[in-house]
Structure formats: structure tokens, C-alpha cells
Design a protein around this ligand. Structure first.
Ligand code: B12
Ligand code: SF4
Length: 475
């Protein structure tokens, strides 16, 4: 039996959300780490989790807490890979001897990268089985890990990859994520997603067949795999009954990809008297009126669509596979069915012009959706747009993941990347104009005010409004 400490590195709210936005921000559980923990536990090991986003502590203190464990695991996004590096360095200064294993999307995108900064092993891709095999290998004090698929490590100073591990199939092989090891009482969802607190997160599937040029979706591959109907319904009810959820956020890349399963999930929730609101994300081309009606009928109170741009040229450039006409139609149907919509938009992609951004700003307003998020494009390593960013425009720091924390939505004074033909100052102005143009319309203010149903909702809306105001005007 091995004792394994799994860590989300410590990050203060002020690092994750700049310029006042921390008051409106979400704090979500790292379910990736919770899945690794439950898989290890199911195989007789003793995992513990420290979530440094929920409970930020000084690096030295976190490093010292690693003493006494046989293996330490760290999760890394590219946006906070720097903090993982600082933490591994602190661990070595504190004399931690346990092997450090790094995993997560940054490691999958850039295998080998964190080995140069203190990680002993990297687990690439889906991590549960690889981590278990590695932990058991280390417990046997095995010397040669080359037979474990999905690993990267240094062999004689050179990065050695052991090859890609096949994806977990069926997904039900994985136990429910070990939420009992997470500080569930500390998580919160953005009011932009749900107003019924707490809203707890879950997944019903892994994988996405999309090929969007900005997205890093290699961890789970392009084939969508689902948990079984029974398992999905069990998790919904578990969140309600054991963790006191009053809303559920389903974070699947494409919740609506399997129509029959979706109908069965909705029917089971209705039959079992689930009674809570819940929200999902989807590709716009994977919904139709029947799906939307069924979702609405089962309590789905919110849907988020990746709309990305109001310029058809950019939608094609991003390989989004959707047209503006299709977006208009699906948004209209969603509104007719009565599900509020959040649209994700991006600005500042390689090849984008000021005119494209203007079209995005206008399109978000034209669609008359309820919430719009405009993310300043962040070139994610390993994506097509990272390569494009190296070739065109000005990529201020192609190794940004070594030099600082990127806050959510990339609200930076100095954008990491600026497309050709636009100055950094102008890009920032346009980014702000997108938010101001969307939210400062009398119609939008009225819509949000009229949607308030309780003093709690008023408070949460007021907090969001103040946060947004600070983000936009207190630079
Ligand atoms: C929910 C979510 C969020 C939540 C936070 C959730 C959280 N606390 O983890 C919010 C909305 C806040 C968010 C914000 C951002 N996100 Co996000 N997010 C997601 C999303 C949709 C789900 C994450 C998740 O739980 N996945 C399910 C779990 C099971 O997967 P996982 O965490 O990857 O874990 C598996 C493996 O990676 C591995 N693993 C992970 N950790 C470890 C550790 C060890 C030791 C081992 C062995 C293995 C291992 O094993 C796990 C199980 O198989 C993913 C997309 C996706 N489908 O995963 C994007 C994703 C993680 N986000 C991404 C990005 C870019 C961002 C932002 C930078 C966006 C932005 N510009 O604002 C910000 C970052 C803010 C910040 N500073 O951290 C990228 C990351 C790419 C990268 N190279 O880092 C992803 C992959 C989206 C994408 N496809 O491009 N995000
Ligand atoms: S952006 Fe969404 S639809 Fe596109 S590849 Fe990524 S997860 Fe799939």
C-alpha cells in the first residue's frame, strides 16, 4: 500500500482572476485529481488530496507537507505550469525525497517539459491507470519503468516516452471521483453559470470529435466515450444527496452528443424526482429542438455554447465546423424552448483583423443571449493556433508558461499574443469594448434585473456587476 499525495498547486484568487473579477469568480474542484485518487484507492492505496486553488498556502508549507508520502502527484494546466515548477523547486529545497509525478493537460501538450524542472515522471493523457501502474512499480522499487505506457521520464539525461496508453473503455471501469478527499464546502460556481448554490461539477463523458484550432483536447482523444446511464444518474443523485448540491454543472465537452443516452438520462432524472436545476455545455451543431425540449423538461436551466466568433471567415479558420446561420437558428430554438444561454467568444486569434473582432462584438449583441464571455486568445502549446501564432502577429512570449500565471479569460494588461495589424493597446480596447458593448446595454441591464428572484440572487448579481465594472474600468 502506497501513500500518495495529489496536489493542485496553490494559486491565490488574485492570480486566477484579475482586476476585481475574483469577486465573481468560480472555484471548481479538480476532478482530474479526484479520479486519480479514487482509482488508486480502489486498488488498495492511500491517496490524499491538497487543492491549492481552494486553500492557497505558502509554497514552502505545501512542500513540507509532502514529507511522509511515498509518491507525490501534481496537476498542471499551461496557465499555471510556472507554479508547478516553483513548487517542485521548493520541494527539493525542503529535502522531499518522494518521486514527483506531473500530469494534466500541460504535460500531455508538452511531454518532457516539466522533467527539466524537477518532475521525476510525467503521466501523459488519461492518468488513472498509468498512475496506478507507476505507483505499484515504485513500491516494488522497480528500476525500469519502460513497460508502463503513457509515461515520460529522463533516461541518461534524455526524455524517454513509453508510448500512448489506450483510452479507458468502458469508462465505468473508473470509480466515482473521490470527492470525499476534496474540500467540497469551499467550491463555488460563477453566478454566470448558476444561481443555485452549491452547484457541483460532474462529467458524463470524455472526448470530443471537434478539431478547433485553438483547443487542446488531446487528453481524452476524439472519440466520445460515455459513462453508463446508471452511473450517470447515480452521480447526479449523489451530488444532491451526499454533497448537498442545489444545482449540477455538467462539464462535458459535448453533453448532447448521444441523443438516446441523453433522453434516457433526462427520463431517469424525472422519474427519480431529481428536482434540481442543472446546466450543460454543447457544440451548437449537436442540439436540436427535441434535445432542447427534453433538457428543459428535466430541469436543465442553462446551456453554454462555444460560438467563438461573429466572423464566418474566422469560424472557418478555427475549423469550428459551424456557420453563423446555424448559430442564429440554434440560439433562436434554444430561446424558444426557454433555456438561458451563455456564449463563449474569443478575440485576438492569429489571422484575426479588427473588422473580425467588430463582427464578433456585434454578433454577440445581435444574438441577444443572456451571458457572453470574451476570452482573450491564449495560444495553448500543441495546438494549431500555437503554431500559427509563432508564424504571424506578435507572440510576446512563446514560453509564457514558464514566466507567470495566466488568469482566467486572459484579462492581462499585456496580451500574450497580438494578431498582425492590431496593436496590443487596441486589442485590449476591443476586448473591453466587447464586454462593455454587451453588458452596458439598457436592455441587458433590465433583463438581468428582471431575472432576480431572491435577495441572494440580487447580492450575487450585484457582486458580478461590481466585479465586471472593476475589470473594465479599473485598469
Ligand atoms: C472545468 C474546466 C475549467 C474550470 C476549472 C476546473 C478545475 N478546477 O480543474 C475553469 C472554468 C475555471 C477553467 C479555467 C480555465 N481553463 Co479549463 N477546462 C475545464 C474543462 C472543461 C474540464 C476540466 C476537467 O475537470 N476535466 C476532467 C478531468 C478528469 O480531466 P483532467 O483534469 O485533464 O485530468 C486527467 C488527465 O489530465 C490526467 N491528470 C490530471 N492531473 C493529473 C495529475 C497527476 C499526478 C496524474 C498522474 C495525472 C493527471 O489524469 C486525469 C484523469 O484522466 C477542461 C476540458 C476538458 N475536457 O478536460 C478545460 C481545460 C482544462 N481548460 C483549459 C484552459 C486553457 C483554461 C483557461 C486557461 C482558459 C482561459 N483562457 O481562461 C482557464 C485557466 C484558469 C487558470 N488560471 O487556471 C485547457 C487546458 C489546456 C492546457 N494546455 O493547459 C482545457 C484542457 C480546455 C481545452 N480543451 O483547451 N477550466
Ligand atoms: S473547442 Fe469544444 S468542440 Fe472544439 S475541439 Fe475543443 S472541446 Fe471540441
Amino acid at each position: 500500500m502506497a501513500k500518495v499525495l495529489l496536489i493542485v498547486p496553490p494559486l491565490a484568487a488574485s492570480e486566477l482572476f484579475t482586476k476585481g473579477a475574483e469577486s465573481t469568480a468560480s472555484k471548481l474542484p479538480s476532478l482530474g485529481v479526484a479520479y486519480i485518487a479514487s482509482y488508486l484507492r480502489a486498488h488498495g492505496h492511500e491517496p490524499a488530496v491538497y487543492d491549492g486553488i481552494a486553500q492557497p498556502r505558502p509554497l514552502e508549507e505545501v512542500a513540507r507537507s509532502m514529507h511522509g508520502y511515498d509518491v507525490v502527484g501534481l496537476t498542471a494546466l499551461s496557465s499555471y505550469a510556472t507554479r508547478c515548477i516553483e513548487l517542485m523547486q521548493a520541494a527539493r529545497r525542503e529535502g522531499v525525497r518522494a518521486p514527483i509525478v506531473a500530469g494534466g493537460p500541460h504535460v500531455t501538450a508538452m511531454p518532457g517539459h516539466l522533467l527539466g524542472f524537477g518532475a521525476d515522471f510525467e503521466v501523459t493523457g488519461e492518468g488513472e491507470i498509468t498512475m496506478l501502474e507507476l505507483v505499484e512499480h515504485l513500491a516494488r522499487s522497480g528500476k525500469d519503468p519502460s513497460g508502463i505506457k503513457g509515461l515520460a521520464y529522463l533516461d541518461d539525461g534524455k526524455v524517454r516516452h513509453t508510448g500512448r496508453r489506450p483510452l479507458v473503455d468502458p469508462l465505468d471501469l473508473l470509480p466515482l471521483p473521490a470527492r470525499d478527499l476534496l474540500p467540497m464546502h469551499l467550491y463555488s460556481t460563477s453566478p454566470a453559470r448558476s444561481r443555485n448554490y452549491p452547484s457541483h461539477s460532474m462529467f458524463t463523458s470524455r472526448g470530443c470529435p471537434g478539431i478547433c484550432s485553438f483547443c487542446d483536447h488531446r487528453t481524452f482523444g476524439s472519440r466520445v466515450r460515455h459513462f453508463s446511464l446508471e452511473r450517470i444518474v447515480e452521480e447526479f443523485f449523489l451530488l444532491r444527496d451526499r454533497y448537498g448540491a442545489r444545482d449540477v454543472s455538467v462539464w462535458d465537452d459535448n453533453f448532447t452528443s448521444d441523443k438516446e443516452l441523453l433522453f434516457n438520462v433526462c427520463e431517469s432524472l424525472n422519474r427519480g424526482g431529481f428536482g434540481l436545476t442543472w446546466n450543460v455545455e454543447s457544440r451548437i451543431n449537436l442540439v436540436d429542438r427535441e434535445i432542447l425540449r427534453t433538457l428543459k423538461g428535466a430541469g436543465c436551466s442553462f446551456i453554454a455554447y462555444g460560438i467563438e466568433s461573429g466572423s464566418q471567415r474566422m469560424l472557418d479558420h478555427m475549423k469550428k465546423g459551424i456557420t453563423k446561420e446555424e448559430i442564429r437558428e440554434k440560439v433562436r430554438i434554444t430561446q424558444e424552448v426557454g433555456i438561458p444561454i451563455r456564449g463563449y467568444f474569443m478575440v485576438g486569434l492569429p489571422g484575426e483583423t479588427e473588422e473580425d473582432i467588430r463582427q464578433t462584438i456585434a454578433f454577440a449583441q445581435e444574438l441577444d443571449i443572456d451571458i457572453a464571455t470574451f476570452t482573450m486568445f491564449l495560444p495553448l502549446p500543441g495546438t494549431l493556433d500555437y503554431k500559427r501564432a509563432l508564424r504571424t502577429g506578435s507572440f510576446q512570449d512563446p514560453e509564457y508558461f514558464l514566466h507567470g500565471i495566466i488568469p482566467e479569460f486572459n484579462f492581462l494588461d499585456k496580451p500574450v499574443y497580438v494578431p498582425g495589424g492590431i496593436s496590443p493597446e487596441r486589442l485590449l480596447e476591443l476586448h473591453q469594448a466587447a464586454y462593455k458593448g454587451f453588458y452596458m446595454r439598457p436592455r441587458m441591464v433590465l433583463k438581468h434585473l428582471l431575472s432576480i428572484r431572491s435577495p441572494g440572487e440580487f447580492l450575487s448579481l450585484a457582486k458580478s456587476g461590481i466585479g465586471l465594472f472593476k475589470s473594465l474600468f479599473c485598469r
